[in-house]
Design a protein around this ligand. Structure first.
Ligand SMILES: *Cc1c(COP(=O)(O)O)cnc(C)c1O
Length: 405
C-alpha cells in the first residue's frame, strides 16, 4: 500500500521524543495544577531546603546550587557572569553544536575565546586540552568550557579525562560543564570529578517544563567569583546560594508552579527510583536504540553518528540516513504514528539538502522500555511504509539489548 493511503495511526497519546523539552510525568503536571500559593510563608518557602538538597544530590555534590528563572542559555550566562569579567579568556571545547553556542555567549559577554573544535562526531581529545593549557604560560585562561553530552552530535565527553588533562598541565582554570542534556540520565559526579561548575535546566533529565536553570558551584568557583568586580546584579549567585529571604533564591518572584513540579520530579528521580538506577535505565534504553539502529544499518544507509558506543550519550542518539529520508521518516512517524523525532540539529544548515539526512531519537528523562520500543517500532514501520532501504531484525535486536545488563 502506498504510504499516503495507509490508515492514520497517529491518534492517541503523543510521544515527543525530541531532546528537550522531554516527556513530563503526569505527577509533575498534576503537582503544578493548583492555585497560586503564598510566596511569603507556608509550604512553598518551607520547601526550599529539601529542594536544594535534592538538586545537589542530582549532581552528586555537597557544595552549592543556584536557581535561575531561565532556560539553559540563562544558566550558561550565569556560570560565565560569576566566574569571568570582560577581557578574561576562556577555553571552549566544542563537539557539535552546543559548545559553539556557549562560546558565542562568552564572546557576547566580552570574553576572549580560545576554541578547540573536535568536529561533529568525535569527543574532546584530552591531550589537546592539556596542550592548549600548557601553551597558556601566563595562566590567562580563567575557565574551561566543556559540554558533557552534546545534544546535536550526541557524543558524550569524558569529563574526568578533561579534569586530568587540566591537572597534568598544572593549570588553575575552573572547569565548567554543560550537563543540560545529561543530568539525571548519565553518571555525573561533580565532586568526585573535580568539576567547578555544572549547568543544567529543568526540561530534559529533570522532567519539568522549561523555565528553570541551575548552576552548581564548587567552593573554589565561589571564592573566584568573590574576586570579580562589577558582577551583574541579576546573575550574581551569592544570594541565590545563601539567601536570607525566600525571594533571594530567585532574585525576585519565585517560579511558583515550576517549584511544585520540580519537587515531584525530584521525588521520583532521587527518592523513589534513585539516581544510580535512573542512570542504568537510560543506559539500557540507549543500548536498545543502538541495537535497532545497527540492525537497520545492515542493509541500508542508517548509521549512528557516533561510531564508538563508549562515546555515545545515553540520553539521545543522532542518526544518519540518505537525504531526504530522515525528514520523510520524521514526518511519517509524527503524522502516522504519534511519535515526534528530533531534527538533525547542527549537523547541516537548514536549506542544505544534507539537513534532511539527520534525525535524533531522544530517550532522556521520563521514558521506559515500552516507550522506547514503541518509538523504535514506529520508525521500523516508517522505514517500511516509505520504502527506505534498511536491514531486518531491529526490534528483535532492541529487545535482546534491553535484557542485557
Ligand atoms: C538544550 C541544551 C542547551 C540549551 O538549553 P535551552 O534551555 O534551550 O537554553 C544547551 N546545552 C545543551 C547540552 C543542551 O542539551
Amino acid at each position: 500500500m502506498p504510504a499516503d493511503t495507509l490508515p492514520n495511526l497517529g491518534h492517541g497519546r503523543p510521544y515527543v521524543a525530541i531532546p528537550g523539552p522531554s516527556v513530563i510525568p503526569d505527577r509533575v503536571l498534576g503537582a503544578m495544577h493548583r492555585a497560586s500559593p503564598n510566596i511569603y510563608e507556608g509550604a512553598l518557602p518551607a520547601m526550599m531546603p529539601d529542594l536544594t538538597r535534592d538538586l545537589r544530590a542530582a549532581a552528586c555534590t555537597t557544595q552549592h546550587v543556584a536557581i535561575y528563572v531561565s532556560n539553559g542559555h540563562g544558566a550558561w550566562e550565569a556560570a560565565l557572569a560569576n566566574t569571568c569579567a570582560p577581557g578574561d579568556r576562556v577555553l571552549s571545547l566544542a563537539t557539535g553544536r552546543f559548545g559553539h553556542g556557549w562560546a558565542e555567549m562568552a564572546r557576547g559577554l566580552g570574553l576572549e575565546v580560545t576554541q578547540c573544535d573536535f568536529g561533529r562526531s568525535s569527543p574532546v581529545d584530552p591531550q589537546a586540552v592539556e596542550d592548549a593549557l600548557r601553551a597558556d604560560t601566563h595562566h590567562r585562561i580563567r575557565a574551561v568550557l566543556a559540554t558533557h553530552v552534546d545534544t546535536a552530535s550526541t557524543v558524550r565527553n569524558d569529563i574526568p579525562a578533561i579534569r586530568a588533562a587540566m591537572d597534568a598541565a598544572g593549570h588553575p582554570a575552573l572547569l565548567l560543564v554543560d550537563a543540560i542534556a545529561s543530568l539525571g540520565c548519565e553518571p555525573l559526579r561533580m565532586d568526585d570529578w573535580g568539576v567547578d561548575i555544572v549547568v543544567a535546566a529543568s526540561q530534559k533529565g529533570l522532567m519539568t517544563p522549561p523555565g528553570l536553570g541551575f548552576v552548581w558551584a564548587s567552593d573554589k568557583a565561589l571564592a573566584a567569583s568573590r574576586k570579580l568586580k562589577g558582577r551583574s546584579p541579576y546573575w550574581t549567585w551569592d544570594n541565590r546560594i545563601a539567601p536570607e529571604f525566600f525571594y533571594q533564591y530567585f532574585g525576585g518572584t519565585a517560579p511558583t508552579h515550576h517549584l511544585y513540579g520540580l519537587r515531584a520530579a525530584l521525588d521520583m528521580l532521587i527518592h523513589e527510583e534513585g539516581i544510580a538506577a535512573a542512570w542504568t535505565r537510560h543506559r539500557r534504553l540507549a543500548q536498545a536504540v543502538w541495537a535497532a539502529a545497527e540492525a537497520w544499518g545492515n542493509g541500508g544507509a542508517m548509521a549512528l553518528n557516533i561510531a564508538d558506543p563508549a562515546q555515545r550519550s545515553h540520553a539521545v542518539t543522532a542518526l544518519r540516513l540518505n537525504p531526504p529520508d530522515a525528514s520523510r521518516l520524521r514526518h511519517w512517524t509524527e503524522t502516522q504514528a504519534g511519535v515526534t523525532l528530533g531534527i538533525g540539529l547542527g549537523m547541516a544548515e537548514p536549506g542544505d539538502p544534507a539537513w534532511h539526512g539527520y534525525f535524533r531519537i531522544a530517550h532522556m528523562g521520563h521514558v521506559n522500555a515500552h516507550m522506547v520500543l514503541g518509538a523504535l517500532g514506529a520508525i521500523d514501520a516508517g522505514l517500511k511504509a516509505l520504502s527506505i532501504p534498511h536491514g531486518p531484525g531491529a526490534l528483535d535486536a532492541a529487545t535482546t539489548a534491553l535484557m542485557q545488563l
